[in-house]
Each structure stands twice: as C-alpha cells, then as structure tokens.
Design a protein around this ligand. Structure first.
Ligand SMILES: C[S@@+](CC[C@H](N)C(=O)[O-])C[C@H]1O[C@@H](n2cnc3c(N)ncnc32)[C@H](O)[C@@H]1O
Length: 226
C-alpha cells in the first residue's frame, strides 16, 4: 500500500466497531482488520460493482463474521452505531450530506476530494470537535493534494472563516504540503490568467512583477541585516 491510502491508514485508531463508507476496493477496511484495529467492520457502498470488489478482497473476514458488507447510501443501512467511521475519496458535499442525514459519528476520519469547507462547516455547526485538519500530498511526478479531517462528535469547536476555507492546521502553519499547494495553485492561476491577456497587458504585468520582486528582495535584505 502506498500514497494516499497508506497515509490515511496510518492515522486510523482502534475502535470496537468500524465503518468504511464508500469502501470501493476495500483496501482501507482490509488494513484495519488485518492490523486488529477493530472487532467488526461494516463496509458500505452505493454501487453494487464497487462493493463486490471489496467483498472479493475481504472474503475471509466476511466468512468469519468480522466484516459485514452493506449496499446502501452512507451509513443508512448500518444496523448499529459505529465507534469510528471512515469516509474517504468522496466529494465534500456528498460527505456533508451523509453526516447531516445519518448523524456525526462518535469518532471519524474524513478525506474529502473537494469542498472540504462544507464538511468543516457541517461538523462545527453540529457540535463536533476537530482534532486534526490538514493537507498532505503524494506523488513523485505531479503532486496531488488531499485534505484530511479527524475528530469526534462532541466537545464543540470554533473556526475562523479562514480556517473553514483552508483547514485549521494548515492556517496554523502545521503543513508544509499546504504551502506547496498554495504556491502551485497561485502559479497555475497566474499562468492561466496571463494566457488570456493581450500582448501589451502581459508585458506591462511582467514588468510590474519584476519591479516589485526587486523591491521586495531589497527590503528583505535590509530587514535581515537590521
Ligand atoms: C473514489 S471511491 C473511494 C474509495 C475509497 N474510500 C478510497 O478512498 O480510496 C468513492 C466510492 O464511494 C462510493 N460512494 C459515493 N457516494 C456514496 C454514498 N453516498 N454512500 C456510499 N458510497 C458512496 C462510490 O460508489 C465509490 O465506490
């Protein structure tokens, strides 16, 4: 196992009953069971084809009664409360919809592919406590960035608007990967917008950028020597 899946698995704590919502291939459920992190694991998926993949991978655990596949939306078909719920690889809107309808689990790890702010807002307005909320990256060539949110249903929390938008640990300087992502995003956006400008506007903008960079460089030098 490597990359995103390995990173997420490394964060998973023990709990008696687990659920992996949107399990698809079932790799994370397999990790949890094979590392003895839970006694019982529900694996759910909305699509029969996806659930089948996990059922093949987890055949032995299912036969032993340690893993229970449920074809359903979110946690709607899971017959008992789960101490820990994992929802990874789905859009943030979908995750928020599941949590709003099925309730915020006692403990959770969520890894939205986009719209993470919607998940954070839902959690905080629902009284959850967020323990970790940061961006990590993987990939040797072009890097890919993922948000991960770990927490529990109760305890409450308060977030600033910036923390909702970008992730609390990121804003507090705890993720070097977040800074990389911001720089990359900014550069890509600049390049895209530059491509839309006419020849003269582009030259003007580049001259301005060059001039500003020089001034910033000079001033930074003075500050360092003070
Ligand atoms: C991209 S896969 C992610 C698989 C795995 N969790 C991971 O992170 O690698 C998303 C899976 O979520 C399932 N899914 C999407 N919406 C769902 C929902 N509301 N309830 C259950 N499963 C859902 C999809 O069928 C798909 O198998």
């Amino acid at each position: 196992m490597k990359g995103r899946v390995a990173h997420i698995c490394s964060l998973l704590p023990p709990a008696r009953v687990y659920a992996d919502v949107g399990c698809d291939h079932g790799y994370m459920a397999k990790y949890v069971l094979s590392h003895g992190l839970c006694e019982k694991m529900y694996i759910t998926d909305l699509h029969a084809g996806s659930l089948k993949k996990a059922e093949r991978l987890l055949e032995r655990e299912i036969d032993a009664g340690r893993c229970v596949p449920v074809l359903c939306d979110g946690l709607s078909g899971v017959p008992e409360p789960c101490g820990f719920v994992l929802i990874a690889g789905m859009g943030g809107e979908e995750i928020a919809k599941i949590l709003e309808r099925d309730g915020i689990p006692a403990r959770f790890l969520l890894q939205p592919m986009k719209n993470s702010d919607k998940v954070r807002r839902l959690l905080v307005s629902g009284g959850a406590r967020i323990e970790r909320d940061y961006t990590f990256s993987e990939g040797d060539g072009p890097r890919r960035y993922y948000d991960v949110i770990l927490g529990s249903a109760s305890g409450g929390d308060s977030y600033s608007e910036k923390e909702f938008r970008f992730g609390r640990d990121n804003v507090r300087g705890k993720s070097p990967d977040f800074l990389l992502e911001m720089r990359e995003e900014l550069q890509k956006t600049e390049e895209r917008l530059m491509g839309r400008l006419g020849e003269r506007s582009r030259a003007k903008l580049e001259a301005l950028r060059e001039e500003y960079r020089e001034i910033i460089h000079e001033v930074e030098g003075i500050v360092r020597h003070d």
